[in-house]
Design a protein around this ligand. Structure first.
Ligand SMILES: Cc1ncc(C[n+]2csc(CCOP(=O)(O)OP(=O)(O)O)c2C)c(N)n1
Ligand SMILES: [Mg+2]
Length: 364
């Protein structure tokens, strides 16, 4: 019977604190892996910090900040093979960068521009899912299909603590459990769903407990520890490939930023808690680990940051150089035989876009 093993009720961790908690090791990881993980963390961190600036400069739209979530994304993605599939939520919007996607593509997505749509087959990364939790059942069905075809591929689906209250999460998890689907259910428990704390989200002791009801084994891990996340996901992937079915990973962290750029958490979050949590953020923790090992030098750290900044400069320039999209896109690919009214609506939209002053007058 599936269970959260007693040892898993606490959080797995590998990275110590440089003091009383000693550093652990992950079997099979060498210096090159460490530096790749480090560069990936810095790339995502830089993506996130620059995106906040671009938002404030009016260059991208509303943006879901993932500062502090990088270790969960990098550590888990590193445990996958290139052919494995990733189903991201809006919180993992830039995870495609770890598969070679250009920053301009993701920035275009946040600009609401069609250049931000990609062909999932190019990266084995599905579209970013904005509805909370609906992609859990998509991922379960997809991974089941892979199994039916006899492929060794597995899939990972990312979702938050709030998503575990959604019907589609439960449908997907139940289906995955019953059909022994090769799926990793990766829950980013950042302890907030918009303004709702996890204490008001569920009466369950842990989110991992929810998996047990579906016969899915669960692992609880420190979400700020990139190595512990990697190790947990590697185990889950091995189970999936061995035909043992899905695993639920509850990665626990704390959201130190607004939910998104449209949110003001000062209305509902204790700022002192946030300050404390920020001192334990995931990039600095991994840096400490690497420095204690003697693997990271100032030069490598500066080079990684400079490369990531350059990629972002190029990315925003490329995204802004895209010509405006054709408004006809709003009407295309919806119906095989579009209703007659669409033609008139599109003409009206073109007229409004051609004279924005008139739109403002009409709206006021
Ligand atoms: C089906 C659905 N309901 C509500 C929303 C509005 N909404 C967007 S994000 C969010 C909170 C989700 O929290 P969580 O699942 O913990 O993920 P996090 O944002 O913390 O990563 C809500 C309610 C939505 N996008 N989709
Ligand atoms: Mg959350």
């Amino acid at each position: 019977m599936a269970q959260v093993r007693p040892a898993e009720r606490g959080l797995r961790r590998v990275i110590g604190d440089g003091g009383t908690i000693p550093d652990g090791e992950v079997e099979g990881l060498g210096e090159d892996d460490f530096l790749t993980l480090y560069r990936q963390l810095v790339l995502l961190r830089t993506y996130d910090e620059r995106s906040l600036v671009y938002h404030r400069q009016g260059r991208i739209g509303t943006y879901a900040i993932f500062w502090g979530h990088e270790a969960m994304q990098v550590g888990s993605a590193y445990a996958l093979d290139r052919e494995d599939w990733i189903f991201p939520s809006y919180r993992e919007s830039a995870i495609g960068l770890l598969r070679g996607m250009r920053p301009s593509t993701v920035l275009s997505w946040w600009r609401g521009h069609p250049a931000g749509w990609w062909n999932p087959l190019d990266y084995n990364v599905a579209s970013i899912c904005v509805p909370v939790g609906t992609h859990v059942s998509h991922a379960a069905g997809f991974a089941w299909g892979k199994r039916l075809r006899g492929e060794r591929t597995c899939a990972i689906v990312y979702f938050g603590d709030g998503a575990t209250s959604e019907g589609s999460f439960h449908e997907g998890a139940n289906f995955a459990g019953v059909m022994r689907v090769p799926l990793v259910l990766f829950c980013n428990n950042n302890q907030w769903a918009n303004t709702t704390p996890v204490s008001a989200q569920t009466a369950a002791e842990t989110l991992a407990d929810k998996a047990i009801g579906y016969g899915i084994p669960a692992i609880r891990v420190d979400g700020g520890d990139v190595l512990a996340v990697y190790e947990a996901t590697r185990e889950a992937v091995a189970r999936a490939r061995a035909g043992e079915g899905p695993t639920f990973i509850e990665a626990v962290t704390y959201r130190c930023t607004p939910h998104a750029t449209a949110d003001d958490p000062s209305l509902y979050i204790d700022p002192q808690r946030v300050e404390e949590e920020r001192t334990r953020e995931c990039v600095v923790r991994f840096e400490g680990y690497l420095r204690r090992l003697g693997v990271l030098t100032n030069e490598i750290a500066e080079e990684a940051r400079a490369e990531a900044l350059e990629a972002m400069r190029e990315g925003i320039a490329e995204a802004e150089a895209e010509p405006p999209p054709d408004p006809a896109l709003l009407f295309e690919n919806v119906y095989v035989n579009p209703p007659a009214a669409f033609a008139g609506d599109l003409a009206e939209l073109r007229r409004i876009l051609a004279s924005p002053g008139e739109t403002r007058r009409a709206a006021s």
